[in-house]
Design a protein around this ligand. Structure first.
Ligand code: CDP
Ligand code: MG
Length: 139
């Protein structure tokens, strides 16, 4: 059975462009409930650890540099079928392939600076939420 939790980050480019409010509104309008939320900055080490699964890939070093280049917003979200429905809401990784009306279609500027992160499985959603939020930071 699909889980009710997913995790997202608003990436530095989208945060710097002041898209946070618009993105959070799209998330709420799609039926997700925000269960934890924070703005913070990642060190290179923290960004590298978050994206450790991509270590060794050609885009990893640039991605880590980008993700530690400025503030991000992290959020834990709740909805039935959360992971899959959120991936649908954000659209394809490459915004050139993202469907009309998706967050990435609206707010991404490139494949790397694609506005938001979305968990790819229930297991990773929980790992990623644990990476950012302690028990008392969740409602
Ligand atoms: O974020 P998503 O799960 O859709 O894609 P991913 O394959 O897990 O890649 C993680 C992130 O790395 C992407 O969101 C992009 O920011 C970046 N990326 C990149 O810069 N170039 C690629 N060829 C693939 C991913
Ligand atoms: Mg991914």
């Amino acid at each position: 059975m699909a889980g009710k939790t997913t995790f997202t980050m608003i990436k530095p480019s989208a945060f710097a462009s002041n898209y946070t409010g618009g993105i959070l509104k799209m998330i709420n309008d799609a039926g997700f409930v925000i269960k934890a939320l924070k703005a913070t900055c990642l060190t290179k080490e923290q960004a590298g650890a978050f994206y450790a699964v991509h270590q060794g890939k050609p885009f990893y070093d640039s991605l880590v540099k980008f993700m530690s280049s400025g503030p991000i917003v992290a959020a834990m979200l709740e909805k039935d079928n959360a992971v899959e429905d959120f991936r649908t809401l954000i659209g394809a990784t490459n915004p050139a392939n993202a469907a009309e009306g998706t967050i990435r279609k609206l707010y991404a500027v490139s494949l790397e600076e694609n506005a938001v992160h979305g968990s790819d499985s229930d297991e990773n959603a929980n790992i990623e939420a644990d990476f950012f939020f302690s028990k008392i930071e969740r409602v």
